[in-house]
Design a protein around this ligand. Structure first.
Ligand SMILES: Nc1ncnc2c1ncn2[C@@H]1O[C@H](COP(=O)(O)OP(=O)(O)OP(=O)(O)O)[C@@H](O)[C@H]1O
Ligand SMILES: [Mg+2]
Length: 134
């Protein structure tokens, strides 16, 4: 797998969430994603960035354009050093929330991505990696 481009952004405020959405959209356009796929990855990014702000206490995202076996994709890695998630399986369920949301962010982001990984240690933080292929 080759990394074609990579950039990192802070994710601390709702303005940062908007900036992440715009950056992901721009990268998706550059990689030749069609409008539907652009919207899928932007929506997933938006949900994960909101979680980073709301539950993770802020963090960062790494946006990478990648190529594997001649296929291009966009990989997004959200990381925070917040409280972490005690029960990931439960957190992934539709409708599960510890806040006032709908509990659809993580499950939605997984559905909108081709690859989805989540790692979290209580007291250490959370890392979510998603990839959408062109
Ligand atoms: N980065 C994170 N750090 C700690 N806990 C998290 C993080 N992301 C998600 N969670 C936990 O997982 C739960 C489910 O997240 P999810 O995004 O699916 O729903 P939500 O944010 O509660 O609601 P919605 O996204 O629909 O507004 C959250 O309520 C929270 O408890
Ligand atoms: Mg959420």
């Amino acid at each position: 797998m080759t990394v074609l481009l990579s950039d990192q952004r802070v994710v601390h405020t709702s303005e940062d969430v908007v900036a992440v959405r715009q950056a992901v959209r721009q990268r998706a356009v550059e990689l030749g994603f069609n409008l539907v796929d652009q919207t899928k990855i932007v929506t997933a990014a938006s949900e994960l960035a909101r979680n980073t702000v709301q539950y993770g206490g802020g963090g960062q995202v790494t946006i990478e354009g990648i190529e594997r076996l001649g296929r291009r994709g966009l990989r997004l890695t959200f990381e925070d050093k917040g409280p972490g998630i005690a029960d990931i399986e439960m957190a992934m369920r539709d409708g599960f929330t510890t806040g006032s949301g709908l509990g659809l962010g993580l499950s939605g982001a997984r559905r909108l991505s081709n690859e989805f990984q989540i790692e979290s240690q209580p007291g250490q933080g959370t890392r979510v990696v998603i990839t959408r292929w062109r």
